[in-house]
Write a protein that binds this ligand. Structure first.
Ligand SMILES: *Cc1c(COP(=O)(O)O)cnc(C)c1O
Length: 396
């Protein structure tokens, strides 16, 4: 079986050849100096992508979910209050994790398809005069609904309420593909994973801690062993790792950061916006709607597309996989069967996106939806074509 087609799931994402090769390395003694030369540049690369001068970057053998657990268990104690909005499946899962750890969770129920309501966060925080809330949790990009939220507005809500809680942000499907400003937004903990914007196989939880978050570790009493960042930081200080590290993935991470920084973060973000604009033009040409209700919430890394009422959206995903060997994302939770998702993050170009749009079109047509072939593709092509540059080249 040859896997030639790109995937259009919002993680795991396509892995560039050069990154795959960087992960594929002979065994190396992680207690040797060679390991230091992988660990430190990888952490430094992530810190730069987070746009932070001061974050301590932790690389843990886990997926993004392990990053959530690292964030809460290292900084919170049993019974601590936290506040978090639920606007999709991923925020829901983080809430579930907090509850299972015995935290008192104030959930701000938010319609799926909307962004995080900063005003309601502010309301909750203002009422908490005793400062019982220890952490504010926010999902930067809700991968289930294709909704991006304004993290700066959440920080502004905390500032307006003069609330000292920690700000923890799930940036799993945004970091490395959409702008994320750890220092400017005064984020205390940022969580991501290797298999989304970093274009790597799954296997690393990547977490940034601010000095304030690090300070909270000493008094936090939630049980933790494997994810205790004190062991991590102590080992990092001498260039080591407290257990056997996923060296190949870390080497891949170092290369992935180099690639992103070499392209330039602004260019990376622009590329994602451009690809997403084409996908959105196609969706409009199909006469379909995004799950995200307002343009301000349109995600540049994933589009969740509502299919007509009575049509099972999951059929598109199954058909695409079985017949065309192309992967799209299914709807999750509340929007299961109502949306299918086109992931457009990580290693992707506009030309690759055209193949995904064309395949989605074939699937919808095969399944009897009234969508003429080529309509969405043409709309995306209009976004992607660059006639001005062609003219310049012809003139030269
Ligand atoms: C993918 C993802 C996660 C983490 O999932 P894992 O499968 O554990 O890596 C968390 N939050 C968001 C928003 C995600 O997209």
């Amino acid at each position: 079986m040859l896997y030639q087609n790109p995937v259009f799931i919002p993680g795991p994402t396509n892995i560039p050849e050069v990154i795959r090769k960087a992960c594929d390395m002979p065994t190396l003694d992680h207690r040797s100096n060679q390991f230091k030369d992988i660990l430190h540049p990888a952490r430094e690369g992530v810190r730069r992508i987070l746009k932070s001068q001061q974050a301590e970057v932790l690389l843990l053998t886990a997926s993004g979910t392990g990053g959530w657990e690292t964030a809460i268990t290292n900084t919170l104690s049993a019974g601590d209050r936290v506040v978090i909005a639920r606007n999709g499946m991923f925020s829901h899962r983080w809430i579930d994790m907090c509850e299972r750890h015995g935290l008192a969770v104030t959930v701000i129920e938010t319609p799926w398809g909307e962004g995080l309501p900063a005003d309601r966060y502010e309301e909750v925080l203002r009422k908490d005069e005793q400062h019982e809330i220890k952490a504010v949790l926010a999902t930067h990009n809700e991968t289930a609904t294709g909704v991006v939220s304004d993290i700066q507005a959440i920080r502004a809500a905390m500032t307006a309420a003069k609330h000292p809680a920690l700000l923890m942000v799930d940036g799993v499907s945004s970091i490395g593909s959409m702008d994320f400003r750890f220092d400017e937004w005064e984020v205390d903990i940022a969580v991501t994973g290797s298999q989304k914007g970093f274009m790597l196989p799954v296997g690393l939880a990547i977490v940034g801690f601010s000095p304030k978050a690090i300070a909270a570790v000493e008094t936090a009493n939630l049980p933790r062993t494997y994810f205790d960042i004190r062991d991590m930081l102590k080992s990092y200080a001498s260039g080591g790792y407290p257990y056997t590290p996923a060296v190949g993935l870390m080497n891949g991470l170092k290369v992935a950061c180099d690639i992103l920084l070499e392209e330039g973060l602004d260019n990376v973000f622009h590329r994602h916006r451009h690809i997403a604009d084409g996908v959105r033009a196609a969706i409009e040409a199909w006469g379909l709607e995004l799950c995200a209700k307002q343009p301000e919430w349109y995600s540049n890394t994933v589009s969740a597309i509502r299919t007509p009422a009575g049509f099972d959206a999951t059929k598109i995903v199954t058909h695409a996989a079985d017949v065309y060997h192309v992967a799209f994302g299914v709807g999750l939770g509340e929007v299961a069967g109502k949306v299918f998702r086109i992931g457009h993050l990580g290693s992707l170009s506009d030309v690759m996106a055209l193949s995904g749009i064309a395949t989605a079109e074939m699937c919808m047509r095969d399944l009897g939806l009234d969508i003429p072939l080529g309509k969405g593709v043409a709309a995306a092509q209009e976004v992607y074509r660059q006639p001005a540059e062609l003219e310049n080249r012809d003139a030269a």
